[in-house]
Design a protein around this ligand. Structure first.
Ligand code: NAD
Ligand code: UD1
Length: 343
């Protein structure tokens, strides 16, 4: 397949480009570089031994997207482009709604006008809100979101279901075929150390914050909340290696079927507290991470992790790497690139 990857210069997108090319697919990348560097796309191509056509464009720019679909035959789109930080979305909700919703609306409109109706969408485990039952299955209640970012993802999921539903109601001979992937918490980096997570400014995510403390760019970690109802009082998440997450996208290409919207969790099924992550990082890399406790972060949920069995049963895919791999590869990337892509 020839696949357009939106947000392909980003953390998950760049790792997915490598996996797609390794599996024999073609890839074209579009990214406005608002949270990334073109270097990531060049290096992903280097790892895979192939050049990746790159368009620097905002996916809300209809004419720029039209040009991409005119110049390339696209079979399918993997849609990563968007803003992703839980805490930031509580400070800048308008920017999150505008970028994430308008991006998806513009993209899907241009896609259907060019006869391309196969889409893999990056959603998030945060659409499950504060779960009543753990681990979280795909049929758990959704939409009661704790933050604006998660709500943008939930609304986008609903838009995509409506598009496919309308095609079926209208008897469209080529209805949408969509896979929604709900990621738990990707960390780690490609084992080569050539690509990894390089957020602009102060990191919002836990692992890039830890690696920037380790490399001396930041002084100490603040652990957000020490009074959650968890074994050590800190938040629990299901961390998954980004290369596993990327390979999950290749696995679901076979699940894209006209007239269906299928959802899968991408996680490992195991939760770790913030302090367990700090200790695992220290043990894997022999580096001490100084930390202090701070207040809870607005929009955060105490604890959640996935039931990842649906994708395993249906497609035979599951995450393979463990926490030690995640911690080692995160540090390998940061120490080889102390300033990220700025080196
Ligand atoms: P990222 O910020 O590294 O990548 C997103 C990319 O999209 C960036 O390169 C950014 O420049 C680009 N982008 C943003 N708005 C754009 C626009 N309007 N037009 C073109 N490009 C645009 O984030 P990531 O961690 O790689 O996440 C990828 C996707 O997965 C996002 O949609 C995110 O919400 C979702 N997701 C991420 C996580 C996570 O923990 N990283 C978890 C669940 C879901
Ligand atoms: C992350 C993603 C979000 C995704 C979600 C899926 C980012 C920025 N956010 O959110 O897009 O939808 O996973 O589950 O990639 N923490 C600290 N100190 C810090 C940073 C974080 O204690 O400096 C704690 C948080 O309170 C939380 C845990 O670490 O308990 C993980 O936080 P983070 O890495 O930001 O991920 P999520 O908020 O889960």
């Amino acid at each position: 397949m020839n696949i357009l990857v939106t947000g392909g210069a980003g953390y998950i997108g760049s790792h997915t480009l490598v996996e797609l090319l390794a599996a024999g697919h073609g890839a074209v990348c579009v990214d406005d570089l608002s949270n990334s560097s073109e270097e990531a796309v060049i290096l992903a191509g280097k790892i895979a031994g192939k050049d990746i056509p790159f368009y620097k464009a905002d996916i809300r720019d209809r004419s720029a997207l039209d040009k991409i679909f005119t110049e390339n035959h696209i079979d399918c789109v993997i849609h990563f482009a968007g803003f992703k930080a839980v805490g930031e979305s509580m400070i800048k909700p308008w920017e999150y709604y505008e970028n994430n919703l308008m991006g998806t609306l513009t993209l899907t409109d241009v896609m259907r006008r060019h006869g391309c109706k196969r889409l893999i969408f990056s959603s998030t485990s945060t659409v499950y809100g504060d779960p009543e039952i753990l681990p979280i299955r795909e049929d758990a209640p959704k939409g009661n979101c704790a933050n604006a970012y998660a709500r943008t993802k939930w609304f986008q999921e609903e838009i995509l279901r409506d598009l496919c539903g309308a095609d079926l109601r209208n008897g469209d001979p080529d209805p949408w075929g969509i896979v929604i992937l709900r990621y738990f918490n990707p960390i780690g980096a490609h084992p080569s150390g050539l690509i990894g997570e390089d957020p602009r400014g102060i990191p919002n995510g836990l692992m890039p914050y830890i690696t920037q403390v380790a490399v001396g760019r930041l002084e100490k970690l603040t652990v957000f909340g020490s009074d959650y109802d968890t074994p050590d009082g800190t938040g629990i998440r299901d961390y998954i290696h980004v290369c596993d997450l990327a390979s999950g996208h290749v696995a679901v290409l076979s699940a894209l079927k006209a007239g269906s919207v299928i959802d899968y969790n991408l996680g490992t099924g195991r939760g770790y507290t913030v302090l367990e992550i700090v200790r695992a990082f220290e043990a894997a890399n022999g580096i001490e991470i100084p930390y202090v406790f701070g207040p809870r972060r607005p929009g955060d949920i105490a604890a959640y992790w996935s039931d990842p069995s649906k994708i395993d049963h249906e497609l035979g895919w599951k995450a393979e790497k463990g926490l030690e791999d995640m911690c080692r590869d995160s540090w390998n990337w940061q120490k080889k690139n102390p300033k990220g892509y700025g080196r």
